[in-house]
Design a protein around this ligand. Structure first.
Ligand code: ADX
Length: 213
């Protein structure tokens, strides 16, 4: 249903995205880390946040495990619940990006269609999909939370990679093979992608405040 159908009006702000970008010296964007549980998404997200913050960027991590304590505390792991989880995260990430922040989302997001919707919600050209690629055997071998063992024992249903699907990204912006490189190399690859896309610097435009402003 459209906004108009529900008697809603979109209110335009008086601040342009480019003003925020000039203020912050960066363009808000979404860095979306997807991959199996135990692939290293949270570790990579934290290290990227650390690196970019040290370089004086405004960065914020939205981590699936954390967000499920609050914003998504009502959601489980059925396909429908995951779809809603990713819809909420995609919308929240888009708001962060609109506010000028580099938002790093670390969630399994196993369904391609859900990830595509998150890309569509983000500012155009400023959604970067990072496939945190580790084979299931590697993730299961790490099993940092003991969840694979419990899933194999039948104690956890719908466990991604065991009893629920993971759809591999077909055209990710970056692939980080966490079994084959260390964390800082993964961060290098993602930061390199952001650098090349131009989001880590202020846009090079001259902007004049109107006489009324
Ligand atoms: S998603 O599929 O909806 O994107 P999300 O990233 O938010 O998942 O949460 C995944 C985390 O929830 C995992 O890292 C793991 O700690 C925990 N978890 C609990 N049950 C499951 C399950 N059935 N499948 C996958 N992860 C689960």
């Amino acid at each position: 249903m459209s906004g108009a159908d529900r008697n809603l009006t979109w209110h335009e702000g008086m601040v342009l995205p480019i003003e925020r970008a000039l203020l912050l010296g960066q363009s808000g964007c979404v860095v979306w880390l997807t991959g199996l549980s135990g692939a290293g998404k949270s570790t990579l997200a934290r290290a990227l946040e650390r690196r970019l913050t040290t370089h004086r960027h405004l960065v914020y991590v939205l981590d699936g495990d954390n967000v499920r304590h609050g914003l998504c505390a009502d959601l489980g792991f059925s396909a429908e619940a995951r779809q809603e989880n990713i819809r909420r995260l995609g919308e929240v990430a888009a708001l962060f990006a609109d506010a000028g922040t580099i938002v790093v989302v670390a969630v399994i997001a196993p369904y391609r269609a859900d990830r595509d919707r998150a890309r569509a919600a983000a500012p155009s050209g400023r959604f970067f999909e990072v496939f945190v690629d580790a084979p299931i055997e590697v993730c299961e071998g790490r099993d940092p939370k003991g969840l694979y063992r419990r899933a194999r024992a039948g104690e956890i249903r719908n466990f991604t990679g065991i009893s629920a699907p993971y759809e591999i990204p077909t055209a990710p912006d970056v692939v980080v093979r966490t079994g084959a490189c260390d964390v800082s190399e993964g961060v290098d690859a993602i930061a390199g992608c952001l650098e090349a896309a131009g989001v880590l610097r202020a846009p090079s435009v001259t902007w004049k405040q109107s006489a009324a402003g």
